[in-house]
Design a protein around this ligand. Structure first.
Ligand SMILES: *Cc1c(COP(=O)(O)O)cnc(C)c1O
Length: 379
C-alpha cells in the first residue's frame, strides 16, 4: 500500500491539535470555571505574551483581522475623501476596511518577485491622488503570504507626505526583518488569528500593534464602543470588537509551540525551493537574506499553471489559487481609482500564481511526492 493513503492536507490543523489537545482542554476548562467569557484574564495575559513575542509596546486584541484594520483606520479618523493606498493583489479585507468607512481605497501595484506593494508605484499613486483632490491619508501595506513588505522604503515615502503607514500583517505574524519581528513596523500593524493563519485560534480573532502611547489609548477605546476611563463613558464612536476569553486561552497554548512551528515552516519552504528550483517552467518564492517569511503560503508562479494544477488534482494533492482576480478587477471594487502607471504585476500574477500545501506538520515524504508530481505534470 502506498504511504499516501492518507491524503495530504493543504493546512493540517488536526495534526497540530493532536499535539496540544490536552493543554488546550485544560486552558478552555479554566475559562468555563471562572465564567468571564468576555475580557477575562486570558485576554490581558495573551496581550502581554504578544508584546513579549513581538516587542511591540502595545498589543491590543480584537474580534478579527478585518476589524483590526478598521479600528486602526478609525483611530486616525479615516473617512470620506481620504485616499487609502492598498495593493491590488491581496485579500479583499485590506480594501474592504477603508471602503466600509466611506474612504477611498486607491489601488497600487505590487512587485512581481515579492508579491508586496511596490514603493515606486506607491509614490506615483500618492501624486495621482493629490491631483484628484483626494486627501492621501494612510497606506495599508500587506505582508503577502507571510513575507514582510518593504516597510522602511514605504515609511520614507510616507513621512514626506504626512501619510500614516499601517502594515496588514494578517498573514505574517512571526515573520521578521533582521532581528525585528512583525508588529514593530509602520505606525501600527495588524494581524489575524483566523484558524488558517500562521497563528490561528478556533474561531475569529485579531490584534493591533503599536509603540505609540496615545494611539494605543484611542485603539483600546474604539474596540470597546468608544469607552472613556469609565466603562459607561462613551467619548467617541467606536465598535464592538473583542477577542473572547476562550480564543485567548487557546492562543496562549498555541503561542507556546509557535516558535518551533515557524522553524518547521522555514525548513519546509527551503525543501520545496530546493526541489523546485531546477524546473524552468516555475518561479519559486523569492528568498531574502535578512527577511524571514512566516510562510503562511508557499506560492509559485508558472505560465503552465493549468497543466500543473491538473496533474496535482489527479494525484489528490490540494492546491489553491491566491488570488485569482486582482482587487481592482473585482465587481465590488472596480469603481475605485488606481495608480496611473497601471497594475500590470497585480493583473499578471492572478493568472500565474498557485499555492502548495504548507503547514508545520508536512512530512519530507509528502514534499518529495508533491514536487515529483509537479515535475511529472510538466513532461
Ligand atoms: C485574513 C486576512 C485579513 C482578515 O483577517 P480576518 O481575521 O479574516 O478578518 C486581512 N488581510 C489579509 C491580507 C488577510 O490575509
Amino acid at each position: 500500500m502506498s504511504e499516501y493513503t492518507e491524503k495530504t492536507n493543504f493546512i493540517d490543523l488536526a495534526a497540530q491539535q493532536s499535539n496540544i489537545r490536552k493543554s488546550i482542554d485544560i486552558s478552555i476548562k479554566k475559562v468555563l470555571d471562572h465564567g468571564q467569557y468576555i475580557m477575562g484574564p486570558e485576554v490581558k495575559e495573551f496581550e502581554n505574551k504578544l508584546s513579549g513575542f513581538t516587542k511591540a509596546k502595545y498589543s491590543i486584541t480584537c474580534a478579527n483581522g478585518t476589524d483590526a484594520l478598521t479600528v486602526a483606520l478609525m483611530s486616525w479618523n479615516v473617512g470620506p475623501n481620504d485616499a487609502i493606498f492598498v495593493p491590488s493583489f491581496t485579500y479583499v479585507a485590506s480594501a474592504e476596511a477603508p471602503a466600509q468607512l466611506g474612504a477611498i481605497p486607491f489601488f497600487v501595484d505590487v512587485e512581481r518577485d515579492t508579491f508586496n506593494m511596490c514603493p515606486i508605484s506607491l509614490k506615483q499613486a500618492i501624486s495621482d491622488a493629490k491631483k484628484m483632490h483626494l486627501n492621501p491619508k494612510v497606506v495599508i501595506s500587506v505582508d503577502l503570504f507571510g513575507l514582510p513588505c518593504k516597510s522602511d522604503e514605504i515609511k520614507n515615502i510616507c513621512e514626506k507626505e504626512g501619510v500614516k503607514v499601517l502594515i496588514d500583517a494578517a498573514q505574517s505574524f512571526g515573520s521578521s526583518v533582521g532581528s525585528v519581528k512583525t508588529g514593530k513596523f509602520g505606525d501600527a500593524s495588524t494581524t489575524s488569528f483566523f484558524p488558517a493563519k500562521p497563528l490561528g485560534c478556533y474561531g475569529d480573532g485579531g490584534a493591533i500593534f503599536t509603540d505609540d502611547d496615545e494611539l494605543a489609548d484611542v485603539i483600546d477605546s474604539i474596540r470597546l464602543h468608544g469607552k472613556g476611563i469609565q466603562k459607561y463613558d462613551n467619548i467617541r464612536i467606536g465598535i464592538n470588537s473583542r477577542l473572547d476569553s476562550i480564543q485567548a486561552a487557546i492562543l496562549l497554548e498555541k503561542l507556546k509551540i509557535f516558535p518551533d512551528e515557524l522553524v518547521s515552516r522555514q525548513r519546509i519552504a527551503s525543501a520545496y525551493n530546493e526541489l523546485l528550483k531546477p524546473l524552468e517552467e516555475i518561479e519559486t518564492p523569492f528568498i531574502f537574506k535578512d527577511r524571514k517569511s512566516a510562510w503562511a503560503q508557499y506560492t509559485l508562479k508558472s505560465k503552465k499553471r493549468e497543466k500543473i494544477l491538473d496533474g496535482l488534482k489527479k494525484s489528490d494533492i490540494p492546491t489553491v489559487i491566491y488570488y485569482p482576480k486582482a482587487l481592482s478587477q473585482q465587481d465590488g471594487y472596480k469603481h475605485y481609482p488606481s495608480v496611473s502607471s497601471g497594475l500590470e504585476n497585480s493583473n499578471n500574477l492572478s493568472s500565474e500564481v498557485f499555492s502548495l500545501p504548507m503547514h508545520p506538520y508536512l512530512k519530507d515524504s509528502e514534499i518529495e511526492f508533491i514536487c515529483a508530481e509537479i515535475k511529472k505534470s510538466l513532461n
